[in-house]
Design a protein around this ligand. Structure first.
Ligand SMILES: Cc1cc2nc3c(=O)[nH]c(=O)nc-3n(C[C@H](O)[C@H](O)[C@H](O)COP(=O)(O)O)c2cc1C
Length: 184
């Protein structure tokens, strides 16, 4: 097996971590000004007893402020056809605009996105420092599954379980070729 050293700096770290394939979620919450939401893949199950999940939030995230405000959030696991939802919630437009094109229902005051293949509703359990991020721990109080295939993120681009190029481009022959990298 070929071994290749990677320079230990931000660029090398980003490149290396892009080799860790993940699903894609949108973390939703309810802030002082209404619904808030952020695309996130730094998401993992943490504990079975009690049921806990953990999420890495950048310190500037407005959704983090909403989570701190309401002490509640939902993890929406995106479906393979929700690449545009991911792109929208990865942006910095006003929260109202993020939710304008995406139907949702409210469960205990927290938006749950329609079309997601699964969702977890959590109460804020703890926030730990993590460099330029924080680790938010959520206690799972409700959850549901809707079925369907997941949206994936790998190598800086969106994927599907059966694809090796960007999910939207896979559907659209017009866009075949080298996909643009998505900045995180
Ligand atoms: C695929 C993908 C995964 C992301 N994962 C995270 C993450 O786990 N944590 C995070 O803080 N930001 C993550 N981001 C960036 C946020 O979605 C982005 O900064 C967003 O604008 C935050 O929105 P907000 O300020 O309204 O909360 C990710 C972006 C993409 C495209």
């Amino acid at each position: 097996m070929t071994q290749c050293a990677v320079t230990v700096d931000e660029r090398g770290f980003r490149s290396l971590m892009s080799r860790f394939a993940t699903g894609v979620t949108v973390i939703t919450s309810s802030g002082a000004d209404g619904p808030a939401g952020m695309t996130a893949n730094a998401v993992a199950s943490l504990s079975l007893e009690p049921l806990l999940v953990m999420i890495g939030f950048e310190l500037e995230s407005r959704t983090l402020a909403a989570v701190r405000h309401s002490h509640r959030f939902a993890v929406n696991v995106l479906a393979s056809d929700q690449e545009q939802v991911s792109r929208t919630f990865a942006g910095k437009q006003p929260e109202r605009e993020k939710f304008a094109g995406c139907a949702y229902t409210e469960r205990s005051g927290v938006p749950v996105l329609e079309g997601a293949i699964a969702w977890l509703h959590c109460e804020l359990a703890a926030v730990y420092p993590g460099g330029d991020h924080v680790i938010v721990v959520g206690s799972v109080v409700d959850m549901g599954e809707n079925g369907g295939e997941p949206l994936l993120f790998y190598g800086g681009d969106y994927r599907r379980l059966d694809s090796d190029v960007g999910a939207d481009r896979h559907q659209n022959a017009r866009h075949r070729g080298r996909p643009a990298r998505v900045a995180r």
